[in-house]
Design a protein around this ligand. Structure first.
Ligand code: URP
Ligand code: ZN
Ligand code: ZN
Ligand code: ZN
Length: 472
């Protein structure tokens, strides 16, 4: 039996802040007890980690990543090996990546491919959502089978016609299926048909720079798609999770639906909270580094996103980590913004950036942990194995120094990508040590993990829903 104590820290969960020691036994949390209590002092352990003056927090749960993901004729530049290692560096100990159904192929084939990509490669634990690219009788039946094996959420795209786009009828059918099988429908809410018209018109007028990516993917077309997704989910009687919400008007649609008591959820990402169209407008094609969809918005939208995170109209912050190198990948779109692969790197920085949000006063410390760990774990059926520090939970624990400070840079980050969207940004805190199921994967700023430590985790159903009634 291996026993470790973490002593002297401030344990922060979504629910509590406790000046407590933590006992870990065989990879799980065994007990918490007040510093200096006779009970805590009586623990016999092989190893003691000193967390005096530090936070002791649950490992982050990043519910939206794209590792080794095909897009625009290339693949995202982080593999499961490099991406999960970078996650560990940043205090994230669980990821939920998107397996992709190829058009004309079975869901099973896509899922098998994603297992083959990830198997024996990961530094931290992982699970999968499934992207539906082709809704038909066969794939609808397959959804039920996947739910049984722990793939309990399915993403559909209202964008990218001709690639992964689903029309409203296909989306409605998939939602009807999830209403019956208990899974969560995730929607990329942008009106891709209208956007493609604007793309064509922009290119024909010679507007080819990266900033036009942001101009054609209009706020109104995100808000319209969000509204339509909500109405389709109401008709189907299914819950809905809208990914990568970036526009104030889309938050308003979610808030209005939630005010009606509908089981509608929303996620945003650090890039929408900290970056803006100013970045997309950087000269000399530098703006290509910031091309993602939904796009970065004018800075004015950020206040609505922060408010949504405080009022719980938005419940989760994940990264949508989908990195492409500037050299050779983002460059595919020189002279035509529509050929720039969509996606930003960020898997390593989410915990730090949200801690920065605490320092800046946007959210409190427990909300930080809720948005980054507890809520994604509950949303995607991983709680309380993941997302908290409580007896019985996996010992995925981060010792976080709230005052260590460091600067984000491509020179020092661990993601396999040749630039940082946060180059030079100063962080107040820093991840010091990271445990995954009790094993040190980061030990005082040194990587001590290994590819293959990370395990696949079948997930349960969304824990914000009462599966008896289908209501939250
Ligand atoms: O630009 C993005 N977000 N790329 C990843 C694919 C997606 O739509 O999430
Ligand atoms: Zn998307
Ligand atoms: Zn994504
Ligand atoms: Zn159920």
């Amino acid at each position: 039996m291996s026993r470790t104590a973490i002593r002297g820290g401030l344990v922060i969960t979504a629910a509590d802040e406790l000046h407590a020691d933590v006992l870990i036994e065989n990879g799980r949390i065994a007990a918490l007890a007040t510093h200096g209590s006779a009970y805590a002092d009586g623990w016999t352990v092989e190893r003691t980690l000193d967390a005096t003056g530090k936070y002791v927090i649950p490992g982050g749960v990043d519910a939206h990543t794209h590792l080794d993901f095909p897009f625009g004729g290339t693949f995202s530049s982080d593999t499961f090996e490099t991406g999960t290692r970078a996650a560990a560096w940043g205090g994230t100990t669980t990821i939920v990546d998107f397996a992709v159904q190829a058009r004309g192929h079975a869901l099973r084939e896509g899922l098998d491919r994603w297992h083959a990509k990830a198997d024996a490669q990961c530094a931290v634990d992982y699970a999968f959502h499934m992207i539906l690219s082709d809704v038909n009788e066969g794939t609808l039946k397959e959804m039920d089978l996947l739910v049984e094996e722990g793939i309990t959420s399915f993403k559909l795209f209202m964008a990218y016609p001709g690639v992964v786009y689903s029309d409203d009828g296909q989306i409605l059918r998939a939602m009807q299926r999830t209403a019956a099988n208990g899974a969560l429908t995730m929607i990329h809410a942008e009106n891709g048909i209208a956007i493609d018209v604007l793309v064509e018109q922009a290119l024909a007028a010679g507007r080819t720079d990266p900033r036009y990516h942001g101009e054609v993917r209009k706020v109104l077309l995100e808000a319209e798609a969000t509204h339509r997704a909500i109405q389709l989910a109401r008709v189907a009687g299914s819950p809905l999770y809208v990914v990568h919400v970036s526009a104030e008007e889309a938050v308003a649609e979610l808030a209005a639906a939630r005010d009606k008591g509908l089981p509608v959820f929303g996620e945003t990402c650090p890039q929408y909270l900290f970056l803006s169209t100013d970045n997309l407008a950087e000269p000399d094609f530098e703006g290509a580094k910031y091309v993602c969809s939904t796009p970065l918005r004018p800075r004015e939208h950020q206040a609505a996103l922060w408010r949504g995170l405080r009022t719980n109209d938005l419940q989760v912050v994940s990264t949508d980590h989908c990195p492409f190198c500037f050299t050779g990948q983002k460059e595919l779109g020189r002279g035509d913004f529509s050929k720039i692969p969509n996606g930003l790197p960020g898997i390593e920085h989410r915990m730090d950036l949200l801690h920065e949000a605490v320092v800046e006063g946007h959210i409190g410390r427990r909300r930080w942990i809720e948005l980054a760990a507890a809520a994604p774990a509950r949303m995607f059926g991983l709680y309380p194995k993941k997302g908290t520090i409580a007896p019985g939970s996996d010992a995925d624990v981060v010792i976080y120094d709230p005052a260590a400070g460091h600067t984000l840079s491509a020179e020092t980050h661990h993601m396999n990508v040749d630039y940082s969207v946060y180059e030079g940004k100063r962080m107040t805190g820093r991840v010091e040590t990271v445990l995954s199921r009790g094993e040190k994967v980061i030990d005082r700023h040194t990587y001590t993990g290994r590819a293959g430590h990370g395990q696949y985790i079948p997930r349960g159903l969304c824990q914000y829903l009462d599966h008896g009634s289908g209501r939250p």
